[in-house]
Design a protein around this ligand. Sequence first.
Ligand code: PGA
Length: 243
Amino acid sequence: MKIYKTKNYEEMSKKAAQIMAAQVTLKPDCVLGLATGSTPVGAYGHLIQWCKDGLLDFSQVKTVNLDEYKGLTPDNDQSYRYFMNKNLFSGINISMENTHVPNGAETDSQKACSQYNAIIAGMGGIDLQLLGIGHDGHIGFNEPGDSFELETHCVDLTPLTIEANKRFFEKAEDVPRQAYTMGIRNIMLARKILFVISGEDKAEILKKSVEGPVTPQVPASVLQLHPDVMLVADEAALSLMKL
Ligand code: PGA
């Protein structure tokens, strides 16, 4: 794991965006694995700006997102499809048909998940997967459990995740209880992983994930086994690490 330490969130965002921009520049028809949450928003802002400035071209890029709430349609402003359109896709010159998010409107979980696995495989896998981390160590919506779920699957969100995500909804009861998420194998098969983390509140889970044992109880710990992970984190998030 290569660790890039930054001063703060702004610097973390710029470094992460630079790495993504390098990928797009080196392979203009690359497959980017994308993430939602508050952490990547700053990096997405840089990519939009650089695209507007003519420095980046997304016309051939394809994307697959990690996850989506089950039961939310793309026009729902809490859906991850809506988030991606608003925070990235609408600001760059990407073809919308090249962007993929699990189909939250599909009520048949098996169908939604197998369709998504087929989409990822059909693209020839992911060149660079962007990942954030939840306070319980989740990546995508792979929550702590007794085993690593390998492929795209439907998950019951943990109380901690519902609590963390309720800030985006009017009330906690509005947070969907289930989601579709890429599995650990989908993520681990990405050729490169860009892991972005900011803030003191993530310091403990980052330490556990990187310095603790590899266990499905801390899903992000599996990244220790990936050959090409770039961790871009700010000082606060890295504050408990030995380094
Ligand atoms: P956050 O979410 O970026 O909003 O902290 C990360 C996650 O839950 O994966």
